[in-house]
Ligand binder design. Structure first.
Ligand SMILES: [Fe+2]
Length: 141
């Protein structure tokens, strides 16, 4: 199959830390899922493992998005609504992916992988960091 991806695992870097344990731990778990997806894709075992990937993503949504939103709300983060919107777009996309699994869409793990990789770069490393840095600057922690 022509859909191999670079199998070098992502390694957590100090610069990813926002220094709030709950958030950092969840971001690390997110990276673990990406690494697991790399293995699954390169082993051609998407079909067998994709439901477990969804299970892990659903766990992160239930635990991390909500905690993050509560934390940002408690700290009166002004861009909370925008941030929540971004989370909701993610959730909708995951629901769509689940429908694609039922429809037995080919190369789904590759699509999920690139979607999650983008999310890591665009949301986790930008929006989550921005939010926490803003809150720290405003003296909330
Ligand atoms: Fe977030």
């Amino acid at each position: 199959m022509g859909n191999k991806i670079n199998n070098e695992p992502f390694v957590w870097k100090d610069e990813y830390n926002v220094d709030i344990n709950i958030i950092d731990n969840q971001h690390k778990k997110f990276l673990d899922i990406l690494n697991e997806l790399k293995i699954i894709i390169n082993n051609n075992s998407c079909k067998e493992h994709v439901s477990n990937i969804f299970f892990q993503i659903a766990y992160l949504i239930d635990h991390y998005f909500i905690k993050e939103e509560i934390y940002f709300k408690d700290c009166k983060y002004p861009n909370l609504e925008q941030h929540k919107k971004s989370h909701n777009i993610f959730i909708d996309r995951i629901i769509q992916f689940q429908k694609d699994v039922e429809a037995k869409k080919p190369d789904l793990c590759v699509e999920i992988y690139y979607f999650l990789e983008d999310w890591f770069d665009e949301h986790i490393l930008k929006y989550d960091k921005e939010a926490v840095e803003y809150l720290k600057k405003s003296g909330v922690n």
